[in-house]
Design a protein around this ligand. Structure first.
Ligand code: ADP
Ligand code: MG
Length: 677
């Protein structure tokens, strides 16, 4: 049985089984499907094809007796020359003094290691006497945790495959395998771990890519279907005339993109189905205006609305701009953690009695003691901070509102449609007329003083600046240390009348709000910050955004940060301080300087980095695939989407024996019990 404990596998004892828990491996099946994250390919290539700093394998004849030198404490360096294609290549080996005796002039040798193309030198990590095998050797590399060693895991998997191989059942209908020329499941598992060739590996990967995409798409389509059936009757009687009147009172006319999005939203509200829509638009593209009109539409239907944002400061900002926009057209309240005691009780009572039309707040809005009279419409700002958990809470409170998610992270349309398969997507891809682009420059660290003087000049002119610190991914702690250091550096550099503030992730939310308030009131002119400032903060007087180590950020993230400025009438600037080493890195800086369009950047970013990096640290709520890659395997994603649609539309999971195993896989995830999400 594949679902029995890994301890049943030859060679896995209790202790190893316990270690495997760190990799989430419990059953034999978990083990078999723990695929390598990378492979080492040892394939001898001609010198001319070797890439600088790549791991390479070369074969040649040893020219001289290796010379050994010692340095530091117990460290050694062995070096010798090897003749490869009539060229002398230098080989260096660290801390392997013992190899001196084994390597002799005249020997044929195969070396694997890091290639330095400038010095014609290889830093050897692996060597083998004699010629390389004719065929490329492909070794699995697993991502590991704790004490687990690659070689041990590899052995365990090999032994599991031997014993259980014939229990790995096919789950895809045979006609798919034939049509797409995919290897069967059992063979593909074997190949994923121990590929006989690159070609075989490619096909095994194709198979699992398709399998996981298909399962994902089926899940999405099913949810969509269940969602629709469960929310029948959720139709809002919107008064379109009133909405138009309200819209005409705005101090501007909507852009075409805003109109189109608004219409899509209004249509959803009037349809019998519960809306589940994502509204995407660059910072400043006017999402809030659209959101306000949608909220108003819901009010004309006699319902209440809620707006949820990730932080209190954002809640306040939205509260201000919406009360201004709505005037007497709606009664709006702000409900945050700082509203306490009697005041809070009174507010809640008003919400429950429908004396309030719109409630603005953080997630606490749906979590605590808040009861609505008739909640018809919920807007969630910055979609990626709002998870499945919150949606469940809404549901558990018996609420079935239309839900609109808003995000300023432009997600390429193609990707959004497939990635958020259970959501509809509206896009505002056009800026209101007359916006000034943020001028973007790229410079190096040694110009930092000039940058500081540039800031000073503008601060003297009444403007403000953000300075984003280097990001240190491995360590939160170092990150903050850096911010603190930079903060002191700037405080020392500037005269006392220029106030510098400091913002980072370790501050409590009250402290953060305090800092942001000081900045918003221009009590602080320069804000040194880690990237926590990224989400939606609006200080129109800030005109300069300086980003240290810009090469470490994704284009979308840089763009997001840049969006903090350029919000007022003044010309704004974004200064990227970066020393990218690779061509791709330089290209990214150039793209940033050239374009202000978030969607263009997103497409470029996606091409350059792939979706995993693109969305940052797992905050996107996007699915993670084990084998498939949403960008690279985009066509497979599309194919699987079409197949899934057909399967669900024709109800094949229920009616056809061919799909029985697929259905079982979906059942494993409890899908047929879920009602929503
Ligand atoms: P977002 O929420 O997408 O960042 P906002 O809705 O806050 O953008 O809009 C940014 C600014 O642009 C606001 O000051 C808003 O009043 C203004 N604005 C919105 N739509 C338009 C428009 N069609 N024409 C001119 N200005 C607009
Ligand atoms: Mg509806």
């Amino acid at each position: 049985m594949l679902n029995e404990s890994v301890t049943n596998v030859n060679g896995i004892g209790e202790k190893f089984a316990e270690e495997l828990l760190a990799l989430d491996i419990r059953t034999v099946e978990d083990l078999l499907f723990y695929f390598p994250s990378r492979y080492d390919v040892f394939e001898v290539k001609p010198l001319s094809e070797l890439i600088h700093e790549d791991k390479v394998t070369i074969e040649g004849r040893v020219l001289n007796t290796p010379s050994l030198s010692f340095f530091g404490k117990k460290k050694s360096r062995l070096s010798f020359n090897v003749e490869v294609e009539n060229v002398a290549v230098k080989a260096v080996m660290f801390n392997r003094a013992f190899a001196k005796k084994q390597i002799n002039a005249g020997d044929t040798i195969t070396l694997t290691g890091k290639w330095d193309a400038h010095r014609l030198q290889i830093t050897v990590s692996n060597y083998k006497k004699g010629s390389a095998d004719t065929q490329a050797e492909i070794q699995p590399l697993y991502s590991l945790r704790g004490n687990i060693k690659n070689i041990k895991l590899k052995k365990a998997i090999l032994s599991a495959i031997k014993a259980y191989e014939n229990q790995i059942e096919e789950i895809l209908p045979q006609h798919f395998l034939t049509a797409y020329k995919l290897p069967n499941r059992s063979l593909a598992v074997n190949t994923m771990h121990f590929p006989a060739s690159r070609i075989a590996l490619k096909h095994a990967r194709r198979r699992f890519t398709y399998e996981e995409f298909l399962l994902f798409q089926l899940k999405m389509q099913l949810l969509r279907k269940i969602n629709r059936e469960a929310t029948e009757g959720n139709q809002q009687q919107v008064d379109l005339e009133k909405v138009t009147t309200f819209m005409n009172q705005f101090p501007f006319t909507l852009t075409n993109a805003q109109k189109k999005s608004l219409n899509e939203i209004l249509k959803d509200m009037q349809s019998p189905y519960r809306m589940n829509r994502l509204l995407q638009g660059d910072v400043g593209s006017g999402k809030t205006a659209v959101a306000a009109l949608a909220l108003y539409a819901s009010i004309t239907a006699g319902k209440q609305g809620a707006l949820m944002v990730p932080t209190e400061i954002l809640a306040e900002q939205h509260y201000q701009s919406l009360t201004e926009l709505f005037g007497k057209h709606a009664s709006i309240v702000l409900l945050t953690g700082s509203v306490k005691g009697k005041k809070r009780r009174e507010l809640l009572e008003k919400v429950e009695n429908h004396e309030v039309d719109i409630v603005i707040g953080t997630h606490a809005l749906i979590q605590d003691d808040v009861f609505f009279h008739d909640l018809g419409f919920v807007i969630v700002d910055e979609q990626h901070r709002f998870g499945v958990e919150q949606r469940r809470m809404l549901r558990e409170k018996g609420l079935m509102p239309d839900v609109l998610f808003m995000t300023a992270t432009p997600i390429p349309r193609t990707l959004a449609i497939t990635a958020f398969g259970d959501m509809d997507v509206s896009v505002i891809d056009e800026m209101p007329a007359g916006r000034k682009d943020v001028e973007t420059y790229w410079t190096k660290e040694n110009n930092f003083e000039r940058v500081l003087d540039f800031i000073q000049k503008h601060v003297r002119n009444g403007e403000q600046a953000y300075v984003i610190c280097p990001l240190i991914e491995e360590s939160d702690k170092l990150d903050i240390q850096n911010a603190v250091e930079l903060y002191h550096q700037l405080s020392d550099y500037y005269p006392p009348e220029i106030k510098v503030g400091l913002m980072h992730g370790r501050l409590s939310s009250e402290e953060k709000d305090e800092v942001m308030k000081d900045f918003a009131n221009n009590d602080v002119q320069i804000l040194v910050s880690t990237t926590v400032v990224e989400v939606g903060v609006n200080v129109p007087n800030a005109t300069i955004m300086v980003i240290h180590d810009a090469e470490r950020f994704g284009l979308s993230q840089l763009h997001q940060l840049r969006g903090r400025v350029g919000r007022g009438d003044q010309q704004s600037y974004c200064i990227l301080i970066a020393e990218p080493k690779s061509e791709v890195g330089k290209e990214r800086m150039r793209i940033m300087c050239e374009t202000n369009n978030g969607f263009t950047l997103a497409e470029e970013d996606l091409k350059l980095r792939g979706p995993g990096d693109f969305f940052g640290k797992k905050q996107s709520g996007l699915p993670e695939f084990k084998v498939g890659d949403m960008v690279h395997d985009y066509r497979a994603l599309e194919t699987s989407r079409k197949d899934a649609q057909e399967i669900i539309e024709n109800n094949l999971l229920e009616t056809s024996q061919d799909y029985y195993r697929l259905k079982q896989e979906l059942e494993k995830e409890g899908l047929f019990e879920t009602k929503l999400d």
